[in-house]
Design a protein. Structure first.
Length: 468
């Protein structure tokens, strides 16, 4: 395990942990006091803002007793849930004291990475770059099963990230208190989020349940009964291990995990029974897709709750909403216009040799990275003057405003996000130490919607043109 992981694990020495946490608590308690003393409507500090999230603060001052009046519903929910979190903190601390194996913590720590955005952004585009060869009829059109599965899965994961993030920011409930719990995580920005509900669990349950249902309906032909049971067992084990890992590593309570499971399972049931059939027909036939999708995505970003302290949930929601917007428009245009014009876009994965598979992966990922880097810089150059000219009514907390707080964005801010396409660890360390600007939101939406479109239409068509 790395030095950072050892320092954060329950296996670190008591003296070292006390010295480190004493410093951290001293530095962060003043931040929490400042946040609690300030009402939501009060004047924000002058930019550049200190964007170390309040949720990252350790100890029982972490979002437990805000001193400003809360809305009645929010106050009632917190009064019910906070005692449960406080009780479970001691239970998790005792559990960590009993588990002394470094191997267990290492396994659960890196298992949690399978539920992160990094894993999903690496794996999901492949569903649109490699066809299965199995076709299904959707309103008179033959569509590859992988493409149908991929767009529904992306929509479910995006809905899980958005809904769980909105609940986190609205309630502001803490993770298990540290100390006595030690939090072990690959990603430092995940540690910076509020606790309830668990986004990892929501996405794991969504992925497992939806994949199982889709497998039984579309992929199970030719599989023996034992093989089908094994597939379902692996999917179930994956979601259970993700949930358990969040508790053992001190990142979530059982309450958080159950909340995430309810969100993930509920989204799959709603999507499978009522949304998926209508959505597929709509994407195949209607010219209204872009004029409906774009306003809905902008509305979702606008109504996302403001947290009591800066938190990465909103940024993640914007990214996934952008991916969905680009993906839906790309799929719609591909099916109605591109595929009907004679492009096959992608060949069956079974007919591709290993060299061609590697070529597609290298080209596809390189294009997305190049898009990410270049478009971000262009947006940071063009959007601030446009915001000032049009006087956009932007009033989210903890963001500097183009019309009064800054004239240009420092190069350090632009460059700091260079490796963050996949939320790599180097970017996590700096992600919320820097000032945040109002144009960050529009930039992220443009960049990630482009990634969604490239993954589903632009890059597959390029493969066809290049003969890959």
């Amino acid at each position: 395990m790395s030095k950072l992981a050892l320092e954060r694990s329950p296996l670190a020495s008591t003296d070292t942990r006390h010295r480190q946490k004493g410093v951290a608590t001293t530095q962060t308690s003043s931040n929490v006091k400042a946040l609690n003393d300030r009402s939501p409507e009060s004047t924000l500090p002058s930019p550049p803002y200190n964007t170390a999230p309040a949720a990252h603060v350790t100890g029982r001052s972490n979002s437990v007793q805000p001193r400003y009046p809360l809305p009645r519903l929010k106050s009632a929910l917190r009064s019910i849930l906070l005692p449960i979190i406080q009780y479970e903190t001691s239970v998790i601390a005792n559990l960590q004291r009993r588990i002394r194996s470094p191997l267990v913590y290492a396994c659960f720590k890196y298992l949690g990475a399978l539920g992160t955005h990094t894993a999903f952004l690496l794996l999901l585009p492949m569903l649109f770059w490699f066809e299965s060869g199995a076709m299904m009829d959707v309103h008179g059109r033959s569509i590859d099963v992988n493409r149908v599965y991929g767009r529904s899965l992306v929509l479910l994961l995006a809905a899980g990230v958005y809904l769980s993030g909105a609940v986190k920011d609205y309630l502001g409930l803490p993770r298990p208190f540290s100390p006595p719990v030690s939090r072990v995580s690959v990603s430092r920005s995940v540690d910076a989020e509020y606790g309830f509900p668990s986004t990892h669990t929501a996405n794991a349950v969504s992925l497992s349940l939806f994949t199982g249902l889709f497998f039984l309906k579309h992929w199970s032909d030719g599989w023996a009964d034992n093989g089908q049971r094994n597939v379902l067992a692996v999917l179930t084990l994956y979601s259970i291990l993700i949930a358990v890992s969040r508790i053992v590593t001190g990142m979530h309570t059982l309450l958080d995990v159950l909340g995430g499971a309810v969100i993930g399972g509920g989204l799959v049931v709603i999507h499978w029974l009522w949304i998926m059939p209508t959505m597929e027909e709509w994407l195949m036939t209607s010219w209204t897709v872009p004029i409906i999708i774009v306003p809905i995505c902008i509305l979702l970003i606008s109504i996302h709750p403001d947290p009591d302290g800066p938190c990465p949930c909103f940024d993640d929601s914007v990214a996934f909403v952008g991916v969905v917007m680009g993906l839906m428009i790309g799929n719609w245009h591909h099916v109605i216009y591109v595929a009907s014009s004679g492009y096959t876009a992608i060949g069956k994965s079974a007919t591709l040799g290993p060299v061609m598979v590697i070529q597609r992966l290298v080209y596809g990922v390189s294009i997305i990275v190049a898009w990410r880097l270049s478009v971000k810089r262009i947006c940071y150059a063009l959007l601030p003057p446009l915001y000032r000219l049009l006087a956009f009514p932007f009033r989210r907390k903890y963001f500097a405003l183009a019309d009064k707080d800054y004239q240009s964005i420092p190069s350090s801010h632009v460059g700091s996000f260079a490796p963050s396409l996949l939320h790599l660890p180097t970017s996590e360390r700096n992600r919320f130490k820097l000032p945040r600007y109002d144009v960050d939101i529009a930039t992220k939406l443009i960049v990630y919607s482009g990634i969604g479109w490239l993954a589903t239409e632009g890059i597959p068509v390029l493969f066809e043109l290049l003969g890959l």
